[in-house]
Design a protein around this ligand. Structure first.
Ligand code: FMN
Length: 192
């Protein structure tokens, strides 16, 4: 079964990212098409890039980079939970993307975005060129969580059935992309 890595983008105490990750993880398990793991950037706690060589060398000297490399390398597809900070990508996510290189390539990436006025879409627009530079194939559709609509008055995340269905469709699409891209990489490798 292909492996899906769900990647959080925020690390601050009390963040909504944790509830978004729990919601998406439950839906991904229910979907059943992937072996699912969550990469919580708060737990992974990568320092700002502290490797002497360019990540394309894969010559990591720090255990934290090696552990992150192994986690990303083992995945066949990614689902980024994209929060928007100051109309853009969050610093922990950019750092986690920059830390590696070949581990991302040839794999699809989908997004569940969240935020206030644009529901995180401006962050997605900033993540996409970075993902493409790293060789990922982004899915065109995004599931968006506008925080004014998906938070109960007590602050609990409640995205509802329609958005849950959106995540299901996103996972279906991600599975199709994973199959096609893995065939492509097999063909590319055998023609070398
Ligand atoms: C530093 C910071 C900057 C933010 N900037 C934006 C923004 O530009 N646009 C937006 O829609 N929401 C913005 N927000 C609100 C976040 O979308 C909201 O706080 C969300 O919960 C952040 O994700 P988190 O709880 O996982 O950290 C910002 C929040 C923080 C903490």
């Amino acid at each position: 079964m292909p492996r899906l890595l769900i990647i959080t983008s925020t690390t601050r105490p009390g963040r909504i990212g944790t509830a978004v990750a729990d919601w998406v993880l439950d839906l991904a398990r229910e979907h059943g098409g992937f072996d699912v793991e969550v990469a919580d950037l708060a737990e992974i706690a990568l320092p700002f890039l502290d490797e002497p060589d360019h990540p394309s060398e894969g010559a990591y000297i720090h255990d934290h980079t090696r552990r992150w490399s192994a986690m990303v390398d083992a995945a066949d597809a990614f689902l980024i939970l994209a929060a928007e900070y100051n109309r853009g990508i969050t610093a922990p996510l950019k750092n986690a993307l920059d830390a590696l290189y070949a581990e991302w390539a040839g794999k699809p990436v989908g997004y569940v975005s969240y935020g206030m006025s644009s529901a995180g879409l401006r962050a997605v627009e900033m993540i996409t060129p970075v993902a493409v530079a790293l060789g990922m194939t982004p899915l065109p559709d995004v599931v968006t969580l506008p925080l004014r609509e998906v938070l109960d008055p007590d602050g609990r995340l409640n995205p509802g059935e329609r958005r849950a269905r959106g995540v299901h469709l996103l996972l279906e699409e991600l599975l199709r992309y994973t199959e096609v891209l893995s065939q492509l990489s097999k063909r590319t490798n055998s023609s070398r």
